[in-house]
Design a protein around this ligand. Sequence first.
Ligand SMILES: Cc1cc2nc3c(=O)[nH]c(=O)nc-3n(C[C@H](O)[C@H](O)[C@H](O)COP(=O)(O)O)c2cc1C
Length: 453
Amino acid sequence: MKATSQPTHRRFRYRDSVALRRDIARLELRIPWDDDTGVLLAPITVGSRVLPNRLAVHPMEAFDADAGGAPGEMALRRYRRYAWGGAGLIWFEATAVVAAGRSNPRQFYLHEGSVAEFEKLVAAVRQAASESWGMRHNPLLILQLTHSGRWSRPDGTPRPVIVHHSPSLDRLIGIDEHHQPITDDELQVLQDRFIRAARHAAAAGFDGVDIKACHGYLCSESLAAFTRGGRYGGSFENRSRLLLETLQRVRAEVPGLMVTSRFSAYDGLRYPYGFGVDRDDPDRPDLAEPAALLAQIRGAGCAIANVSMGIPYHRPYLGRPSDRAVPGDPQSPEHPLVGVARLLEATATLQQAWPDFPLVGTGYSWLRHWFPHVGAAAVRTGGVAVVGVGRMAFAYPDFARDLMEHGALDPHKTCVACSGCTQLMRAGDSTGCVIRDTDVYLLPGTNRRRRRA
Ligand SMILES: Cc1cc2nc3c(=O)[nH]c(=O)nc-3n(C[C@H](O)[C@H](O)[C@H](O)COP(=O)(O)O)c2cc1C
């Protein structure tokens, strides 16, 4: 499937599921559908653990840590709501492993001085889960570890750390050819920092850590370092080395902690700057290398992986199909259903290559209250093992609960893909849902009472 231009963007305007399915058929997209969503509520085995259901909260950073990177009251509120909501897997947000690698001064940062607050967060989430659902409901808690790479803004201004030059992204952040990429030795030291953070994560009580390799951040950029020399550039073996070695080292050096990765299967940059991209056509994913990467992730002893796409600052619609672009960003050139289908298809291709290796899928929030029908069909047809939502979880943290208790989602509680959460984030504010959680989050200039009505 081509990635852009056809057919043009449309907002979500479906009166009923028949109209949605008619559009899917009209656009000739492979987005499956099941009336019965029960499969999402069945447990699934992941490594030595059994998840109570196949629903996940994706990592969603909200920039509400204190100046030292420790989660505080707002983070406790967010994660308790997820636990109360009942999802079987809670994938905690991007957490920096070094201060310089934060994307925002209020991003989570895990180190010796903040580990005690992370421990409180984990304890609060486990308590909320067991009080709400009983001792047998034990969601898997994974923490995403990251270095923000070229998108680092630890003091609120750009401090890019690049793995290689990339003309279109260099232009976006205003750097030229004199900006030096991180050296091989520095990458080696950084790997040690990931291991140190993984030890802290184990001490804090997380079940596992994710070495983040998606959305153009440092490990993700390294996968596309075709133009770099040395140990970490050029061949596929070299480009995947940083991620692979880090996964292997966590496994060997922090026994008992699960390790995994959320990776971008396609980032939409042209060759030789993009990963998972057709060499002749950047609009077309080529999953040969992502499939090889997945085999390596699995071989490194991971029990699960999470598949995403895109770079939020470049072509955001690849990773988060939306109704509205963030002000200042160009509107998506494609129908959001095309984006949903691309994410689902890529995940299905990878999942079908390794049916016994559970993948968490992305791309469901734009479908509103109908996402469980698509997710259930994707699970039933072997296209994914666990269905994850990001923006939906900000808006509707109890989506899993409603599915369990009422057999359906409430259309008045869903994400509306308005990009308000991203807009707050870009403004440097703490973020959440500006439509459904207006007691806490509002866009500047918005009237709280009007929003509630
Ligand atoms: C405000 C915001 C924060 C996000 N933070 C993270 C993050 O910390 N780590 C990550 O891997 N993805 C992050 N994402 C991407 C989401 O996890 C998810 O992949 C994306 O929103 C698409 O899924 P959805 O359609 O269910 O929202 C973020 C997205 C948004 C809008």
